[in-house]
Design a binder for this molecule. Structure first.
Ligand code: NAD
Length: 337
């Protein structure tokens, strides 16, 4: 069972021009909602919103949510996704990442408070840091280096959760916190440094797949369509969370490399690099809360998700000659948001 928000309602989606946000905006419009996407296009792209161009139910408001912004009411849902998400992006935008997690989250919460709207926010498995418990349950408080390079993202998201919980407790805002684990699928930028687009670009170019560290670190990859169904279910409920939304098929980064090379029809060649600082060793969600509270579980098998991502990749980049599809070594990472 996955319920969602209701037809005729108005949803504001911050970060709606990004990878996950654009898929969410499309689903919401399909379900008969009016959607206002608020995005500064720092890591998102208008190309992600092509399917919605010209649709009168959809509005793109180009704005930085770290600055106060307003949206004409009524507003029934505020979904706060705005934030750089790939390590490459947030390491390049450290102050912006901290600001959008703090001031940006407060501006989005204020909007929800002003309109009596349901507020759903994308937190992340990164709040568990390099986890000492496995798999990660929502009751685990995490193991984060508060001053390491990744802290600009991890701590921003932990503050996001704290602020959201405080708005709920103090002002009665109807909030829901989703802890998203690694998502993949169409519309990930090929140069965003996350493991799936990095490996796809390299496999298709016949280059070695670059792995940080030993490649024994694990990730659990959730197809974006499943992630979006989880967000819709949380929007349609009054469950406060936090709730893990992610796939449970834990794989080592080496195994992910093998799977992607196999589906891309490429011979597997790997090249190992220095491990990234503070990169988590293991990542796998316990999704019992999502199952019980939201009736949600992932449904798209990895092989199918990779196949669909490769199809999109081919149709998007096949005629694009200004880039070779391969990331520069400094861009490569096996991390993910
Ligand atoms: P993305 O970078 O593709 O999308 C983020 C969007 O936010 C972009 O469109 C960007 O332009 C916008 N944005 C950033 N700062 C902004 C600001 N100050 N004002 C307005 N817009 C701003 O990332 P994504 O992968 O789609 O992630 C979406 C959300 O989900 C993020 O909050 C991220 O932390 C969270 N998340 C993602 C994953 C994942 O695997 N993709 C995992 C965990 C959490």
């Amino acid at each position: 069972m996955t319920v969602g928000p209701a037809k005729g309602q108005h949803a504001v989606v911050t970060g709606g021009a990004g990878f996950i946000g654009s898929h969410l905006c499309e689903r919401l419009v399909e379900q008969g909602l009016r959607v206002t996407c608020v995005d500064n296009l720092s890591t998102g792209r208008t190309a992600n919103l092509e399917a919605l161009a010209g649709d009168e139910r959809f509005t793109l408001l180009r704005a930085d949510v770290s600055e106060p912004f307003s949206v004409q009411g009524p507003v029934h849902h505020v979904v706060h996704l705005a934030s750089p998400a790939s390590p490459l992006d947030y390491l390049a935008l450290p102050l912006e990442t901290l600001r959008v997690g703090s001031a940006g989250t407060e501006n989005a919460l204020r909007l929800a408070h002003e309109h009596g709207a349901r507020f759903v926010v994308a937190s992340t498995s990164e709040i568990y840091g390099d986890p000492a418990q496995h798999p990660q349950r929502e009751s685990y408080w995490g193991n984060v280096n508060p001053i390491g390079p990744r802290s600009v993202y991890d701590e921003a998201k932990r503050f996001t959760e704290a602020l959201t919980a405080a708005y709920s407790r103090t002002l009665g805002v109807n909030t829901g916190i989703a802890r998203l684990f690694n998502s993949y699928g169409p519309r990930m930028r090929r140069d965003d440094g996350r493991v799936v687009p990095t490996f796809i670009g390299q496999a298709l170019a016949g280059s070695p797949l670059t792995i940080n560290g030993t490649g024994d670190q694990t990730r659990s990859l959730c197809f974006v369509e499943d992630t979006v169904r989880g967000l819709l279910a949380l929007m349609g409920s009054s469950f406060p969370g936090p709730v893990n939304i992610g796939a449970t098929g834990e794989m080592t980064v080496r195994e992910i490399a093998e799977a992607i090379a196999g589906h891309a029809g490429a011979e597997l060649r790997t090249e190992f690099r220095e491990p990234a600082e503070d990169e988590p060793g293991r990542r796998c969600p316990d999704i019992e809360t999502a199952r019980v509270q939201l009736g949600w579980k992932p449904e798209v098998p990895l092989a199918e998700g990779i196949r669909r991502t490769l199809l999109w990749w081919g149709s998007t980049y096949a005629h694009d000659t200004d880039r070779d599809g391969v990331n520069e070594p400094s861009d490569i990472g096996s991390g993910a948001a």
